[in-house]
Write a protein that binds this ligand. Structure first.
Ligand SMILES: Cc1ncc(COP(=O)(O)O)c(C=O)c1O
Length: 343
């Protein structure tokens, strides 16, 4: 049985061009800074983010953790959206590894207003309270449905943070989805942040890897943190080779994933017992609620019929479109959902 895997864009397989490039990439030891393929990728990545320097990390989680470590010290506080990946899904790493306390802020759509930023900053002159050192924004925002921050809102939130003396980290795991959706360069989005992490291994379909970007000084500190975390890798050019192909060939095609996600969401919204807020389906993530069947049971029934999805809670499901899923797969997925929900 052919399986349509909509659990996440992380399941996307590398393209044939990536596999070929991985085989032939010139290699060296990246901990010594000697890997020519990685160095080339870092140059391109820094340029795409409009930052001075970049560093390869094995995962988005490590990139965010290093972003926190570089921007805040032990005992200090970092502001984050209450549904952010950094707060929700990174196993308390900020506290466990960096000694940094996260101050979660609840938002409507993952977008923090300047007023919310200002209200979350602690008064500097109160010795009882921690120092607010930094803030992190997530764009696109995963748990809020893959929504894209309007550029002016991101700038306004970032300006509010900077005017309070905070450092700004951007979790840009899916920054290229945001860039394609807005029709702007990723650098224009990343300009709102001091440091940014983006993932190669999600919509860009690489097998492994994320990139941390910032100033030369940020990346110097980040290299030390990466070593401390055991994330310094050697002939990592085998992975960077795929990253170079991804940045050249996999960004523009994200529009196809967005269009497939939109078709999927529209089809789901018409099915009995499904609620899907189409205004939130702006990129490749489709969240929807089920009224008549528990989401875990629906997930199991889909899997029995060859459709893999991810349940978020008892009522909520997530499907994700990506490289390897085409318009025909979307129609097949809708047919499976319809059969289950109309039974
Ligand atoms: C918004 C966001 N940030 C960070 C990550 C972490 O990436 P990784 O799975 O590579 O650690 C994810 C993973 O899904 C994510 O969705």
């Amino acid at each position: 049985m052919a399986v349509i895997d909509l659990r996440s864009d992380t399941v996307a397989m590398p393209s044939p061009e990536m596999r070929q490039a991985m085989v032939t990439a010139p290699l060296g030891d990246d901990v010594f800074g000697d890997d020519p393929t990685t160095n080339k990728l870092l140059e391109v990545a820094a340029e795409r983010m409009g930052k001075a320097a970049a560093m390869f990390v094995p995962s988005g989680t490590m990139g965010n953790l290093i972003g926190i470590a570089v921007n805040a010290r032990s005992g200090e506080e970092l502001i984050a959206d209450a549904d952010s990946h950094a707060f929700y899904y990174e196993t308390g790493g900020a506290a466990a590894v960096c000694g940094v306390q996260i101050r979660p802020v609840a938002t409507e759509r993952g977008v923090m207003s300047p007023r919310q930023v200002e209200e979350a900053v602690r008064p500097r002159d109160d010795p009882h309270q921690p120092i607010t050192a930094a803030i992190t924004f997530e764009n696109t925002h995963n748990r809020h449905g893959g929504i894209v921050w309007p550029l002016e809102d991101l700038r306004a939130a970032s300006d509010a943070a900077h005017s309070q003396g905070l450092r700004v980290h951007l979790d840009g795991a899916r920054i290229f989805n945001a860039a394609v959706a807005l029709g702007v360069s990723a650098a224009k989005i990343a300009a709102a942040a001091d440091t940014v992490t983006f993932c190669l291994s999600k919509g860009l379909a690489c097998p492994v890897g994320s990139i941390f970007c910032g100033s030369e000084d940020d990346v110097d500190q980040a290299r030390r943190w990466r070593k401390r975390l055991g994330g310094g890798m050697r002939q990592v050019g085998v992975l960077a080779a795929a990253g170079l192909i991804a940045l050249d060939h996999m960004v523009d095609r994200l529009a196809e994933d967005h269009s497939n996600a939109h078709t999927l969401a529209e089809g789901l919204a018409e099915l009995p017992g499904v609620r899907c807020d189409l205004s939130r389906v702006q990129t490749n993530l489709v969240f929807f609620d089920l009224d008549t069947v528990p989401a875990p049971a629906f997930t199991d029934e889909c899997a029995r019929r060859g459709l893999l999805g991810d349940w978020v809670d008892q009522h909520r499901m997530r499907f994700v479109t990506h490289y390897g899923v085409d318009a025909e797969d979307v129609q097949s997925a809708l047919k499976i959902c319809e059969e289950i929900l109309s039974a």
